[in-house]
Write a protein that binds this ligand. Structure first.
Ligand SMILES: Cc1cc2nc3c(=O)[nH]c(=O)nc-3n(C[C@H](O)[C@H](O)[C@H](O)COP(=O)(O)OP(=O)(O)OC[C@H]3O[C@@H](n4cnc5c(N)ncnc54)[C@H](O)[C@@H]3O)c2cc1C
Ligand code: SF4
Length: 479
């Protein structure tokens, strides 16, 4: 293992020794460096209040960033928190894991002028953590309970944001989820070193205290059909995310020790949450001491390589068929992985997995990039006779996710989906073609971001409450 990698072993969810965490703190600013009040004030005062808030325009939630920076700079932390939470149901989560370099911070005027962005994400996190510390974050108190109820399928950020907004108006909300814990990809996808699980659990506990009911281990399609849920509730939100892992169809794909990214990440996250995970404990889904190859170039691939480093892998390589400039993942994540000792094998495409029962090698073709394809990205072309071999004890496939076949699974063939299998919903109202059924998050957009899921959940809540008001009026007239 390289010196760089050695530094990071045992970090993250495996209760690292104190000395190594301190080493990491010195080297990285991302989630570990806590702001103290004076530092937050100082950083916030760097905002020039430019009057053209590109940061706000490029935040999917249109957060009023300049104003909460001003409040923070003046030490008015409670007002800063109230403003930050008025447009975002999980500011402490977005502050940690939004790809700020592509959103608010990347468009900060100070960044554009070459002086380094105001660190908006860290300040958003500080404001909200400070609010939790001071007990300003409180459960919803309902003045008037309403009888109408909303059933939400999926306890990821889209479902949770919608649930909170709806509950604030006094409606009954039940969230159904097939996992054993709420949080969706916040709990079982995104690793602990990017987003601590306690942060997610604190949020979902607050929603429980607010009167939102969670029914876990409940799979719609298996435990109830969509129609059965519709009969129980006055409106439904589908927020099931996208989970069908894309496959690589090459010889040797059926060999052992080749795993989808979510299997690897879920095992690691469950272990970090204190669960007994047999496949981790017996070494199957554990990178310790192994030569790991991750295939893919998105943020999921970055999470897999960085998790492998923390599990004390012998070596970690990331294979991607395009180059750094054409990678879909956040550049910040790639830099983090490189600093931790991950080797990127750019412009390379897997050709064959080799081994007896379990994978031992991977044959790879070199790629050159041709003209842009329909997506606008340069097309990968295999170079003749460019084949080379890499040694691998474990392969992790992180090639992206597609939606499951929901009309089939939910036994509702009339539910309209796009040619990609995502649910067709009106992007303003999040309404599907079925009356009273709304949809939000990745299942509408395809694999996206937490901040967009929250935005969709909030938009769906506005439409659902309009729908329920009309229903309520009708019910009163009939009565
Ligand atoms: C490894 C990984 C890392 C990521 N890192 C980042 C990041 O750093 N920053 C960022 O912004 N985004 C990141 N994302 C993307 C982000 O997590 C998603 O865009 C976001 O979670 C989508 O929210 P959602 O609520 O639509 O779906 P999800 O979070 O996927 O939640 C969907 C929920 O629905 C439940 N469900 C599904 N089907 C059923 C059913 N039939 N019955 C009952 N329940 C069901 C699931 O169990 C799940 O709990 C990452 C994604 C992955 C996979
Ligand atoms: S929600 Fe995300 S994009 Fe918006 S201000 Fe916060 S970190 Fe930036």
């Amino acid at each position: 293992m390289s010196d760089k990698m050695l530094k990071f072993v045992n970090l993250g969810q495996q209760n690292p020794p104190k000395r190594e965490v301190l080493e990491r703190k010195e080297n990285f600013n991302e989630i570990y460096k806590e702001f103290i009040n004076e530092k937050a004030k100082e950083q916030s005062s760097r905002c020039s209040q430019c009057g053209v808030p590109f940061c706000q325009v490029h935040c999917p939630l249109s957060n009023n960033i300049p104003d909460w920076l001003k409040f923070t700079a003046e030490g008015r932390f409670k007002e800063a928190y109230e403003l930050a939470q008025s447009t975002n149901n999980m500011p402490e989560v977005c502050g940690r894991i939004c790809p700020q370099d592509r959103l608010c911070e990347g468009n900060c005027v100070i960044e554009q002028s070459g002086h380094g962005t105001v660190t908006i994400g860290s300040i958003e996190k500080f404001i909200t953590e400070n609010a939790w510390k001071n007990k300003w974050v409180e459960p919803i108190k309902i003045k008037l309970e309403k009888n109408l109820s909303v059933g939400i399928i999926g306890a990821g950020p889209a479902g949770l944001a919608c649930a909170e907004q709806i509950r604030k108006q006094g409606y009954q909300v039940i969230i159904y989820d097939r996992y054993d814990r709420p949080g969706g990809l916040l709990i079982y996808g995104i690793p602990n070193f990017k987003l601590e699980k306690s942060v997610v659990e604190r949020r979902t506990n607050l929603l429980k205290e607010s009167g939102i009911k969670f029914i876990q281990n409940f799979e719609v399609g298996k435990d109830a059909t969509l129609n059965e849920l519709k009969e129980k509730h006055d409106a439904i939100l589908i927020a099931t995310g996208v989970y069908k892992a894309r496959e690589i169809e090459i010889p040797g794909s059926n060999l052992g020790n080749i795993f989808p990214a979510m299997d690897f990440l879920t095992a690691s996250n469950k272990k970090g949450l204190g669960d007994k995970v047999e496949q981790f404990d017996n070494g199957t889904l554990n990178a310790q001491g192994k030569n790991v190859i991750v295939i893919g170039g998105g943020d999921t691939a970055m999470d897999c390589v960085r998790t492998s480093v923390r599990q004390n892998a012998k070596s970690v390589k990331c294979l991607y068929r395009r180059d750094r400039e054409n990678m879909p993942g956040s550049t910040r994540e790639v830099s983090n992985a490189e600093e931790e000792g991950v080797e990127f094998v750019w412009l390379s495409s897997p050709k064959k997995f080799e081994g007896i029962d379990k994978v031992e090698n991977i044959l790879v073709d070199k790629i050159e990039l041709g003209d842009p394809d329909e997506s606008g990205r340069r097309k990968p072309i295999i170079q003749n006779n460019s084949e080379f071999k890499l040694n691998a004890d474990i392969i992790i496939k992180a090639l992206g996710f597609d939606p499951e076949d929901l009309p089939y699974l939910f036994k509702e063939k009339n539910l309209q989906v796009s040619k990609w299998g995502t649910i067709k919903a009106d992007f303003d109202t999040m309404e599907t073609n079925l009356p009273g059924v709304f949809a939000a998050g990745d299942i509408v957009r395809g694999a996206s971001l937490v901040v967009w899921a929250i935005k969709d959940g909030r938009d769906a809540a506005i439409s659902i409450s309009k729908y329920l008001k009309i229903l309520d009026e009708k019910n009163k007239k009939v009565a």
